[in-house]
Design a protein around this ligand. Structure first.
Ligand code: NAD
Length: 490
């Protein structure tokens, strides 16, 4: 294993920093990350071996095979997504040929591109853009900067974007992209160069009426502004003002929409409110826990506070905290802005991964990465509702356990669709040279997302299926109809 193998985008990766070690520890759902434990320079496998007093492994080698073995054990999100499609097909007898089309991504682009680092050396990076389907409108989906980004993950997330746009009935298709990096290892100047070089490498594979990126994990309005500027610099001067909607989730001054930053969290909260109304459940004084305190997690938490609900535990990549008396989400958001994570937040105490998942609450909002609700973590979840702010947070077995334990689920492809809905509003405003007021954005978002919720609820009752399958049926119903109307060329 050479360092180059990793830089060339393979899944193998040496574990070299305490942060990476922690990340793996969390991602594989291993409880017991103790406060203050030091990183010993070993991979998780060897670390566990040494903890158990097994023969001490050699230090200083690349523990890539162990890492690979761990990754292989993880559920493949793309497989899960396709299985969900098959399940919906079985229930509603969707046309098999159309399901065959939907089970494949349309275009997959992998780009390797050089970036000059601050110290002058050149680093080769790998970026992805997968376009799943554009029968309903231009490809649409976020860009993720994360060390775990790979082609299968991007395929899965692109496919889910197609379902999402179809469920909420907006004229977009599905796409997703990302770069396999840990942005915290780069300066702001380097991140700007990475974003711009990636945009340049994508060239006209993205475009305002063809494929429109947006923020996702570890990307933000500033990165969208760099992408926008780079794209606009590569089109003819007389086209530039007609292309500002090449990305959404931009800063307001660069053509962004008010309400886009909070949109995904706002959508999650509108749906939790609707669920509570349907169930006759009082959200005032209800308790909730949140995994991931970035864009989606922090906004959901802050907006839930307006209902009088109480945040009692939070986990992010730096650790987990709990205060049963309540954590003020606005104060925590300010702390995370200053300190980079929830660890050591002074108004709560540190807990481990297992304690976080077993915290009794009314609502759990996963808003981090995929596959965090597994068979093991689902078994210890003690809540009434899981509102999936993240994409793919529940793996297949985790899903089974939640259903068996009678926990309601608002599934990701419905629950976090507020982001793409307000991205659509931003795109429309850019095309029409308009700027809407926040009230108008929120009013329209609520109308669309609640109507999608009702469709999913009705499908669940009609077909007597769980909400995840019902959401898939609603999406496939629309896609099948369009394919049947248009036929297959030639
Ligand atoms: P973000 O980068 O703003 O925040 C991610 C959060 O997850 C951070 O708090 C991070 O510390 C935490 N995290 C990462 N790894 C973790 C781990 N192993 N354990 C616990 N916490 C961990 O990203 P975001 O935009 O808030 O996206 C979060 C999720 O929501 C993703 O699944 C994303 O695809 C989905 N989503 C985002 C949007 C959007 O508009 N940003 C829209 C729809 C869906």
């Amino acid at each position: 294993m050479k360092i180059n193998d990793f830089e060339n985008g393979q899944k193998m990766k040496p574990i070299s920093t305490a942060k990476e070690w922690k990340l793996l520890y969390f991602q594989h759902g291993r409880p017991g990350l103790e406060e203050g434990r030091t990183f010993k320079g070993l991979c998780m496998h060897c670390e566990l071996q040494s903890l158990c007093n097994l023969p001490k492994p050699e230090t200083g080698i690349w523990h890539c095979e162990h890492y690979r073995a761990e990754i292989m054990k993880k559920s493949n999100l793309y497989e899960t997504v396709i299985k969900q499609l098959e399940k919906a097909q079985g229930v509603n007898n969707f046309d098999r040929d159309i399901c065959k089309i939907m089970a494949k991504t349309q275009n997959e682009l992998i780009v390797h591109f050089p970036v000059k680092m601050d110290d002058g050396h050149i680093k080769m990076l790998t970026g992805y853009r997968v376009q799943h389907n554009n029968v309903l409108g231009p490809f649409k989906g976020g860009l993720r900067f994360h060390p775990m980004v790979d082609i299968d993950e991007v395929r899965a997330l692109a496919t889910m974007m197609t379902w999402k746009s179809a469920i909420v009935n907006i004229p977009f298709g599905g796409a997703k992209g990302g770069i396999q990096i840990d942005p915290s290892e780069y300066s702001s100047k380097e991140l700007e160069k990475i974003s711009r070089r990636f945009t340049f490498a994508l060239g006209n594979n993205i475009g305002p009426d063809y494929d429109i990126p947006a923020p996702d994990v570890n990307t933000n309005p500033q990165i969208m502004a760099w992408i926008q500027d780079t794209y606009l610099s590569t089109v003819a001067p007389n086209e530039r003002n007609r292309c500002i909607h090449v990305v959404t989730g931009k800063p307001i001054e660069s053509g962004g929409s008010v309400g886009r930053e909070k949109a995904t969290g706002q959508g999650v909260v509108f749906l939790i409110e609707k669920w509570a109304q349907d169930k006759g459940f009082n959200l005032e004084c209800a308790t909730y826990t949140v995994q991931g305190f970035g864009n989606v997690g922090s906004w959901t938490a802050r907006l839930m506070k307006l209902n009088g609900s109480k945040l009692i535990a939070v986990e992010d990549v730096t650790g987990a905290i709990r205060n049963r008396e309540g954590i003020d989400p606005d104060d925590l958001a300010q702390y995370v802005k200053e300190h980079g994570g929830v660890a050591d937040y002074p108004k709560a105490h540190a807990i481990d991964h297992e304690a976080f998942f077993s915290t009794k609450a009314d609502i759990f909002i996963p808003a981090a990465l995929e596959n965090s609700i597994t068979e093991d973590t689902a078994e210890i979840l003690n809540v009434k509702l899981v509102a999936e702010g993240a994409n793919g947070p529940t793996d297949e077995k985790g899903d089974e356990v939640l259903r068996r334990n009678g926990i309601d689920i608002i599934p990701d492809i419905l629950c976090n669709s507020g982001g793409v809905i307000v991205s659509y509003f931003e795109w429309l405003q850019n095309k029409r040279s308009e700027s809407w007021e926040l009230d108008e954005v929120d009013f329209k978002l609520k109308k669309i997302i609640v109507s999608a919720y009702e469709k999913v609820r009705d499908a669940s009752e009609k077909y007597k299926v769980d909400w995840r399958t019902a959401a898939q049926i609603v999406a496939m119903y629309r896609l099948e109809m369009v394919y049947k109307e248009r036929g297959i060329f030639p």
